[in-house]
Design a protein around this ligand. Structure first.
Ligand code: SF4
Ligand code: SF4
Ligand SMILES: [Zn+2]
Length: 149
């Protein structure tokens, strides 16, 4: 886990399918998925917030909790969808950082998303480890869904 991969909206890019596909180079292992280097490293925001927020676009806040409107409606909608489908909450991550600091969040994220088989990272979009679970990932019809949903 890495501080640079915690996006302004509270997303941990390290557990995103786009980032995990990129670092595990899944295209070379027979899986077609979009690659992403992470919000901060590519200096570009995900499509959900970028068109709607001048503060983020202009880099005037490091994290959304610094914003007077936090959590704005757009972030709340995104958060609700992630809570429901992907078992995590950007708003909760941000509140945790505000209260305990980024290092504690990174420790918590490391434990939370650690693959019990190989110790690598499980993806929040489908619950699969992109290191030891590639066969499962290949077999998936929808990579943005957990197995038991
Ligand atoms: S797609 Fe969005 S959430 Fe995923 S790694 Fe890229 S910037 Fe982060
Ligand atoms: S909480 Fe504030 S900074 Fe974050 S997306 Fe909403 S308006 Fe922008
Ligand atoms: Zn694994």
């Amino acid at each position: 886990m890495n501080e640079d991969l915690i996006a302004p909206c509270g997303m941990n890019c390290a557990v995103c399918s786009g980032y995990l596909a990129f670092v595990n180079d899944v295209k070379n292992k027979g899986i077609r998925m979009p690659y992403c280097k992470g919000c901060r490293p590519r200096n570009k925001l995900c499509s959900f917030l970028k068109k709607h927020c001048t503060l983020l676009m202009e880099g005037r806040v490091k994290y959304c909790y610094e914003c007077p409107d936090f959590p704005c409606d757009k972030l709340k909608r995104l958060d609700a969808s992630y809570r429901k489908k992907f078992r995590m909450s950007m708003i909760e991550n941000l509140e945790f950082i505000r209260e305990h600091g980024i290092s504690r969040l990174l420790e918590r994220e490391t434990d939370r998303w650690k693959c019990p088989q190989c110790g690598e990272t499980i993806c929040c979009h489908n619950g699969i480890c992109f290191n030891c679970g590639l066969e499962k990932l290949k077999a998936k019809t929808n990579p943005y869904r957990w197995e038991d949903d």
